[in-house]
Design a binder for this molecule. Structure first.
Ligand SMILES: [Fe+2]
Ligand SMILES: [Fe+2]
Length: 245
């Protein structure tokens, strides 16, 4: 094949992929539509359904690392990077810094609702249990002040949820449980470093955390998504969010 032929073949393959029918998972569309009603599908005569790489997304490496997910699938990382940097500057240890870096990955690339729980589950097979525990409970702890470390109820939450919002009973129960736990402070320190008003001139690079991640995140040699861990399927869903099955 000449260069031109190769380019044409690639373009043809791309347009064929774009032609595939994308049916989003119920979870992505619930609320915008009533999930109990039949899904309106585009006419599918002669068309195939999406079963792999979605050409609208950047193709991920075959054996993706944690940082690859930050680069190829997660939203802007100023918030987690600056949280982690803040923790590092305060003298926090590896576990707290890593927990700060990873605390919102569910929001950044997976599912917002109950993001602390999803985030914890994603990383659980690869980190010290204290790290995933901290991530799981930071979601609840965010709603409850702790004056001993100078943590107040976030102004931002008043703006976002209104002054009368009270967390659901399961969150209050999670808070009570967390308070009693030996790792309470690990989770609490995530909330202390979890700030939204950052100095926009401060630029933090992912690479600043290469060593901490290297020491504390057991990156599977097969790549995240392909090591048959209890959360491998969740990483795969982030890689291929629009697969039909
Ligand atoms: Fe969070
Ligand atoms: Fe956060």
């Amino acid at each position: 094949m000449t260069t031109l032929e190769r380019a044409e073949a690639a373009e043809h393959a791309m347009s064929r992929e774009l032609d595939r029918i994308v049916v989003k998972s119920v979870i992505y569309t619930s609320g915008d539509r009533d999930p109990t009603q039949p899904v309106q599908r585009p006419p599918d005569q002669g068309k195939l359904y999406m079963m792999g790489d979605d050409p609208r997304l950047r193709r991920m490496p075959d054996k993706p690392s944690l940082f690859d997910f930050f680069r190829y699938r997660f939203g802007p990382s100023a918030h987690p990077l600056q949280s982690a940097r803040l923790a590092l500057k305060s003298g926090a240890g590896d576990k707290v810094v890593l927990a700060c870096l990873l605390h919102d990955i569910a929001i950044a690339g997976f599912i917002r609702s109950d993001h602390g729980y999803w985030g914890a589950q994603l990383v659980e097979p690869y980190v010290d249990p204290e790290v995933s525990w901290g991530i799981r409970y930071h979601q609840a702890l965010r709603f409850f002040p702790d004056e001993s470390v100078g943590y107040r109820y976030p102004e931002m939450y008043v703006k976002l949820f209104g002054p009368d919002y009270t967390p659901e009973p399961y969150i209050q129960e999670a808070y009570r449980r967390a308070r009693e736990h030996k790792w309470y402070m690990t989770s609490r320190l995530i909330t202390v470093n979890d700030l939204y008003s950052f100095d926009p001139t401060v630029k933090v690079e992912l690479e600043e955390f290469t060593d901490i991640v290297g020491r504390n995140f057991r990156q599977p040699k097969e790549g995240l998504g392909f090591d048959a861990s209890p959360s491998a399927h969740m990483w795969r869903t982030i890689i291929w969010p629009t697969k039909y099955l």
